[in-house]
Design a protein around this ligand. Structure first.
Ligand code: URA
Length: 193
């Protein structure tokens, strides 16, 4: 059966596949352009996201918006989702079983968006999506191709808030992202092919 956004939202609504459902405020489904060529994947909702039901709307989200702006992107040009849709208590890392319980929802979002480029924000997203032993300090900014989609990991905006010394490296990753977009999907920048 063909999947669609309405069916996926309905399946997520009221999800009780893991114990995060007991402590969440709002489930954070995802947001942005459902036809985007670029998809960003974070870790899981924080406090503000849990209150508002939207991804990256707290301090990390504000920094993410600034990072996107540096390469002329905004939320109308990307789709944003997380590894887990419900906030882990006190923002702890989502447990493997919580990530697993949520993984088919994210897989369905990726299948519906069909992005050309996926950017994993932080270690949890990169290890969940790209490879289990990925080392973010060593492998951020490197491109991996799988089944016609280009994948890159970069630092999570929360890590950049905690440690500003990582920002120049994150900026280099953004420049690589802009270059990849220009090559693969220049229409994102209004460039006709
Ligand atoms: N951090 C994440 O990983 N995702 C969000 O949506 C917000 C903060």
């Amino acid at each position: 059966m063909d999947d669609n956004w309405r069916r996926l939202r309905r399946d997520c609504d009221g999800c009780e596949r893991c114990s995060l459902c007991r402590t969440r405020g709002k489930l954070v489904f995802g947001d942005g352009n459902e036809n985007a060529k670029i998809m960003l994947i974070g870790e899981g909702p924080g406090e503000q996201e849990d209150l508002q039901g939207l991804p990256f709307v707290g301090p990390a989200g504000q920094l993410l918006d600034e990072m996107l702006e540096l390469i002329d992107l905004d939320r109308t040009k990307v789709y944003i989702a997380n590894i887990v849709k419900c906030r882990p208590p006190r923002n702890r890392d989502p447990l493997p079983e919580e990530q697993e319980a949520c993984s088919s929802f994210l897989a369905r979002q990726i299948a519906l968006v069909q992005p050309m480029i996926i950017v994993c924000l932080g270690r949890i997203a990169a290890q969940g999506i790209m490879k289990a032993d990925l080392r973010i300090t060593r492998e951020h900014g490197k491109w991996f191709e799988h089944a016609g989609t280009m994948y890159m990991a970069t630092y999570h905006p929360s890590a950049l808030l905690r440690d500003e010394s990582k920002r120049p490296e994150a900026f280099e990753d953004l420049v690589k992202l802009r270059q990849q977009i220009r090559e693969l999907c220049p229409d994102v920048y209004g460039i006709k092919i």
